[in-house]
Design a protein around this ligand. Sequence first.
Ligand code: PEP
Length: 224
Amino acid sequence: MQKWVVANWKMNGSKNLLNEYKKSFKNHKKLIVCLPSIYLGEPSGLILSAQNIHQQLKGAYTGEISASMLVEFGVKYCLVGHSERRQHFHETNSDVRAKAETCLEANITPIICIGETLEQYEANQTTEVLERQLAECLPSRSGFWIAYEPVWAIGTGKTPTTDEISEVHLMLREKLPNTILLYGGSVNGDNAATIFAIPNVDGALVGGASLDVAAVAVILKHAR
Ligand code: PEP
């Protein structure tokens, strides 16, 4: 089955890049693009995701964006708990859960990001860290996706071994049999085929490589 590709531009990109995406990937059925929020209102023919959301539906939260606003612009997905949000904006597991609940109430699919730090990886704590994140981040109802993103693999060019990804995804599949499971962390045109071939990997969350349309095209080719 064709794998999902979720492109996370982070705070990168431009109108030009959006135009390139429209030309190359308009109406693609398995590519989801996490745009900076200012671009989400542009008609694009792409499946759109936000990169963050506020847990409240409205109110005095200057600078924030609500689920109902995303829905108005046809946004179907939202990243929740990306490690950069946890690191730079101090989001906790309980914030992540609240945001995921808000998304589901609004009919937006939350893509909940979990993953261990390098220190936790080196201390062999991956499983226990992920289990705690699942216990504390998952909303009460189904309909969410999970992205396993080892923090030490994001933007570093390093990835876990295929056995390590396979072990984590098997654990996730056993706990969440009907949930879409993505792997994220330094996925690119060179390693995408290997990662997509790992059992229980339903797709990839791609950061840096998503800024290069040619690299996205190669990743999408391997996703077929
Ligand atoms: C990400 O932004 O979630 C990510 C995985 O980034 P990169 O592909 O650059 O490691």
